[in-house]
Design a protein around this ligand. Sequence first.
Ligand code: BDR
Ligand code: CA
Length: 318
Amino acid sequence: KRKMILDLDTGVDDALAIAYALADPEVDLIGIVSSYGNNLLDICAENSLKLLELLGHTDIPVYKGLPHSSTTDHFDVMQVSKDIHGDNGIGDVELPTPQRAVEEDSGVDFYIEAAHKYGKDLIIIPTGPMTNLAAALKKDPAIADLIGNVTFMGGALTVDGNVTPAAEANINQDAKAADEVFKSNLPLTMVGLDVTLRTLLTKKETQQWRDLGTAAGKAYADITDFYIDAYYNLDIDKNGCALHDPLAVGVGIDPSFVKTISLFLRCEYDPDSPFYGRTVGDNAKLNDPNPNVKVAVNVDKERYLNAFMDHLTGLFKQ
Ligand code: BDR
Ligand code: CA
């Protein structure tokens, strides 16, 4: 079986990504690296521990990554993140305090060890800022040629950003890290707003989880309903919430959910540029025979949503 690492700023849709990965028979989730973004690093890490406990997977280690980008010295949670994900990051649903702590080793070292141990069998799914992955590449550049696949949620190629017209939230947190990852020679697939904003979940589906009558089904329905309500109230989308992060997990396992174009991508990281955070074709390299990123530009929504519901319902039933 292929091995998977999730790098999460847990977050409602990150919570859905955990469930998808755990439910998939083709991959072993070997660990979660924590990031900052939807909330502070410590809260995001604690959310991952709580969710793993809820889902009966206390065997999966959670590591701490870095608490802020390499270009800043601190991180503050944006109010809009709290409005979308709740003050606690998981829809203000109260889950029991976790029985275990995060690992002592750093998430950056875990990346490096796993890359050397599993090589091409390793899939990495960053669904927060790419600060941790960029730090691992800096510490051990050799991992770029070892790792099998990196499918990240972030960026926007054909649509506007969701934080500024240029920047998607994960890239906005650390555009320099994103650019370093793009330049690294890692095999990259971008699952950005181009496809995630088209892949929506409604309360019809979350009700099916609640109807299972299990603790996991109820908690995930409540967590996700908070997010669906936020999408409605903030007028992001009246028809449901975007499955940003779980779509990246699905595509990491089965790339045929999306259509991609191969492109030499870079990220604008000059903080003074109005285009800060834009993921954009590098016009000096558009004819380069070795494009660095496969960018998802279309998605088979119906097939993905069916797979998503099969995965999550199967998991919550247990
Ligand atoms: C991304 O930003 C975060 O708020 C979400 O969890 C998702 O990873 C969407 O832009
Ligand atoms: Ca996320």
